[in-house]
Design a protein around this ligand. Structure first.
Ligand SMILES: C[S@@+](CC[C@H](N)C(=O)[O-])C[C@H]1O[C@@H](n2cnc3c(N)ncnc32)[C@H](O)[C@@H]1O
Length: 299
């Protein structure tokens, strides 16, 4: 692929103890930090949808992180992205004040097919979008931008079954890193034990307490690959501060069945904060790529 840096060159380094700053991978020019994670997702979708010319975006934790911030959040950036090739939007949110923000957003984009669903997405999403409810050829992306333990593993399993056929919807799963040890240490009641078991998908959460951050990251990468059967699973560090400074706040685990997807994510990660490339540049650089949204190509 002309103009692409191979994604294999992006090191998946050991972030070390959580309290220490994470070293910046040398080959990544513009590592993404917390404030820019929305730009990363929006940029990746722009690339992918440039190739497929259609798509469905599902956001299971869709409200803005901070209700009072004027900063654009992911659902907003994705809806505002031009050209408007993503056609269908399913936005889920628990907090009523944020549901209001999402309804306002939907009203501003009345020309698109935007659905806002209030309530707990772990329950509401499987009811509104049952297994196989999305047509087989529809390019489908699901953002799971949880704070820590909100996204139950059963939801990831369900999303993998949303479409019939061999290529599953892509998942962008946020795994908290920086405060994970503290969050694990705080589990002390039956209710919080039930919550973390649902998040993990089994009762082995005690194991996480003794694990290093890199081991937890690897555990989740393996879950997406081995339990859900995704062919390409990569963990991308989301830093605390610009230019790879500070701790790794999250890992964004990207699970896809498309061989091109890791290349497109590497490009999005490098360029997340740059102005969007003009369409003729994208045409020149990505125009030869094809993504069969129905058949998982052999690599
Ligand atoms: C980390 S924020 C999402 C940030 C957003 N993606 C952005 O770009 O700013 C997580 C959101 O999920 C919501 N939430 C938490 N638990 C939820 C649940 N069980 N179902 C639906 N939404 C939930 C929170 O109210 C919050 O708005």
């Amino acid at each position: 692929m002309a103009g692409h840096t191979s994604w294999e060159k992006v090191p998946l380094f050991d972030p070390g103890p959580e309290i220490e700053p994470t070293k910046r991978p040398k080959s990544v020019e513009q590592p993404v930090w917390s404030e820019n994670k929305a730009d990363l997702i929006a940029r990746y979708l722009r690339y992918f949808v440039f190739i497929t010319r259609h798509g469905t975006y599902i956001d299971a934790f869709a409200g803005p992180q901070t209700i009072r911030s004027d900063r654009a959040w992911t659902a907003q950036l994705v809806l505002e992205s031009e050209p408007k090739w993503l056609r269908h939007f399913h936005l889920f949110e628990l907090a009523p004040s944020k549901v209001t923000r999402l309804n306002d957003l939907a009203t501003q984009h009345a020309d698109r097919n935007v659905h806002v669903y209030p309530g707990n997405s772990n329950r509401v999403l499987p009811q509104t979008l049952p297994a196989d409810s999305i047509r087989a050829r529809e390019a489908t992306f699901c953002l799971l931008d949880q704070r820590t333990f909100e996204c139950e593993w059963a939801l990831c399993e369900h999303i993998a079954r949303l479409r019939p056929g061999p290529t599953k919807p892509e998942q962008f799963y946020f795994l908290a890193n920086f405060w994970m040890s503290r969050a694990l240490a705080a589990i002390s009641t039956e209710e919080t034990e039930r919550k973390i078991a649902a998040w993990l998908g089994d009762d082995d959460w005690q194991l996480l307490r003794s694990q290093r951050p890199a081991e937890r990251r690897a555990l989740f990468v393996d879950k997406f690959r081995d339990l859900l059967g995704y062919r390409f699973v990569e963990a991308w560090p989301i830093f605390q501060r610009p230019r790879g400074q500070g701790a790794t706040m999250y890992w964004m685990i990207h699970a896809s069945d498309h061989p091109e997807a890791p290349h497109l994510m590497a490009r999005a990660y490098r360029r997340a904060i740059e102005p969007p490339e003009p369409l003729d540049q994208l045409d020149f650089e990505l125009g030869d790529l094809t993504i069969d949204t129905c058949t998982a190509a052999e690599d």
